[in-house]
Design a protein around this ligand. Structure first.
Ligand code: FES
Ligand code: FES
Length: 158
């Protein structure tokens, strides 16, 4: 076992993990953050996406021991006691959630996109969204929600 210390959703944590433990398993099983979902476990579907130092990362392909000193944000860290984030609220408004399994990975991916590219156009949103597989296939509503949420990111520090 190895000790690894990093930040998750703004809080410092230290966990003992096997060197082979993925970040996804560490978040879900060691830290109880089950909002991060695992589907393919092979880096294909994007369901497990979290933010590592602000970048969208597939946590099924990332080892927990690689997180030493990093700042990780999961879907649980994107809303607050005050309620849903503007992106989450837009998803709800547009009915962009069906079964919801892919949703955490899509919200984290789109949050990373809009943080760095708050003026992303529809083609860019679709391009980045294509890396996340939704088996319920409701992409039209997701695109509409992301485009509407852009306003909340414009003018915000990247
Ligand atoms: S579970 Fe990680 S990309 Fe599919
Ligand atoms: S909403 Fe069901 S997999 Fe995307």
């Amino acid at each position: 076992m190895r000790d690894v210390a990093f930040e998750v959703n703004g809080k410092a944590c230290r966990v003992a993990v096997e060197p082979r433990t993925t970040l996804a398993d560490c978040l879900r099983h060691d830290l109880g953050l089950t909002g991060t979902h695992v589907a393919c476990a092979h880096g294909v579907c994007g369901a497990c996406t979290v933010l590592v130092d602000g970048e969208a990362v597939r946590s099924c392909l990332t080892l927990a021991v690689q997180m030493e000193g990093a700042a990780v944000t999961t879907i649980e860290g994107l809303s607050s006691e005050d309620g849903l984030s503007p992106l989450q609220a837009a998803f709800r408004k547009h009915g962009a959630v069906q079964c919801g399994f892919c949703t955490p990975g899509i919200i984290t991916t789109m949050h990373a996109l809009l943080t760095t590219e708050p003026h992303a156009d529809e083609a860019r949103v679709r391009e980045v969204l294509s890396g996340n597989i939704c088996r319920c296939t409701g992409y039209m509503a997701m695109v509409a929600a992301v485009l509407e949420a852009r306003a909340a990111y414009q003018g915000a520090p990247a």
